[in-house]
Ligand binder design. Structure first.
Ligand SMILES: *[C@@H]1O[C@H](CO)[C@@H](O)[C@H](O)[C@H]1NC(C)=O
Ligand SMILES: *[C@@H]1O[C@H](CO)[C@@H](O)[C@H](O)[C@H]1NC(C)=O
Length: 298
């Protein structure tokens, strides 16, 4: 045999075969750090000995066997690379080997959401940064961090680092909350997608929800309203705002009135009310009139 160095030679002839005649079952393994793991190495050819080379669970060279098992009861190595090797019977010194790809994973110790450099209510129209801290997770190249508002997925981030040991990751999200977001709950989630051999469903760890308060100024949906005279009718200035607004009416002296006035106590005419909070104010013009006038106006 002149080409023994690189190729495996079959038992019956010395023809070149680039395939190492061992089969590893399963082909690859995904294991949680600290769990047990095993794989078989099998051959159907006659050989001078086969074995597993590995920093844990090594199997010394064995003759007269066609199946040997690599087994670790508690895997505590992040970058283990077990190799199954076999020595040729016919071609002296010809050894070939196959590596078992091992993915060791660890779900995060914690997933924590916070607001960057800010406390208390947010102001409508301004930008804020949220931060998600994922602690002690591996392997980071199979990690996806997802941002949610309520049940809506906002953004997701993957990582290209090829590091096998656990890492900490901090991911940020820029938000520009508006009035509809007052009370909204943001949260983030760390998901490990370890492929078809990995656990299903994918292991996920979620942060606690972060509930935000948004301050916004009052804004009436219409700036003018016509109210027809009727004993049951109210003049209504109520508007949503945070903090809750104070109301003033141009014909009343009080600084803080009710947002609604009973029309039975009012004479016909025009009224202006104003809703005010710490962020701003908005006025509404109310025309209190006879039915006849309304018809004439239309
Ligand atoms: C991750 O963070 C923890 C706690 O802050 C720290 O003890 C640990 O050393 C960090 N790990 C890495 C890989 O930086
Ligand atoms: C997990 O990471 C490995 C190493 O980067 C990669 O080969 C594999 O495709 C990843 N699996 C998935 C399902 O993304």
């Amino acid at each position: 045999c002149y080409f023994c160095g690189l190729y495996w030679f079959s038992n019956t002839s010395c023809s070149v075969d680039s395939q190492c005649p061992v089969q590893i079952i399963p082909r690859s393994v995904v294991v949680r750090y600290g769990d047990n793991v095993s794989a078989d190495c099998k051959t159907s050819v006659l050989h001078e000995g086969m074995g597993w080379e590995a920093s844990e669970g090594a199997v010394p060279m064995t003759k007269n066997q066609n199946l040997i098992t690599w087994r670790v009861p508690e895997l505590t190595e992040w970058d283990i690379k077990p190799l199954c090797y076999i020595n040729s019977k016919r071609c002296n010194n010809n050894q070939c080997e196959i590596e078992l790809p091992v993915t060791v994973f660890k779900t995060p110790d914690s997933v924590f959401i916070s607001t960057v450099n800010h406390r208390g209510p947010m102001m409508e129209g301004q930008q804020y940064e949220l931060q998600c801290d994922v602690h002690n997770v591996a392997p980071v190249q199979n990690l996806t961090v997802k941002w949610y508002k309520g049940q809506t997925l906002l953004k997701q981030t993957n990582f290209t680092d090829t590091i096998e040991t656990p890492v900490n990751k901090t991911i940020t999200l820029l938000i520009g909350p508006d009035r509809a977001d007052d009370g909204a709950e943001y949260w983030c989630e760390a998901e490990l997608d370890l492929g078809a051999d990995g656990p299903q469903p994918h292991p996920t760890n979620s942060s606690k929800p972060l509930s935000i308060a948004v301050y916004y100024k009052p804004k009436h949906s219409s700036s003018t309203e016509t109210i027809i005279q009727d004993d049951k009718v109210m003049l209504d200035c109520t508007v949503k705002a945070n903090p809750a607004p104070m109301y003033t009416w141009d014909h009343l002296k009080e600084k803080n009135s009710s947002s609604v006035l009973k029309s039975s106590a009012l004479s016909l005419g025009n009224y202006t009310c104003t809703a005010t909070n710490t962020l701003g104010r908005d006025s509404k013009f109310l025309i209190f009139t006879f039915l006849l006038f309304k018809r004439m106006l239309q």
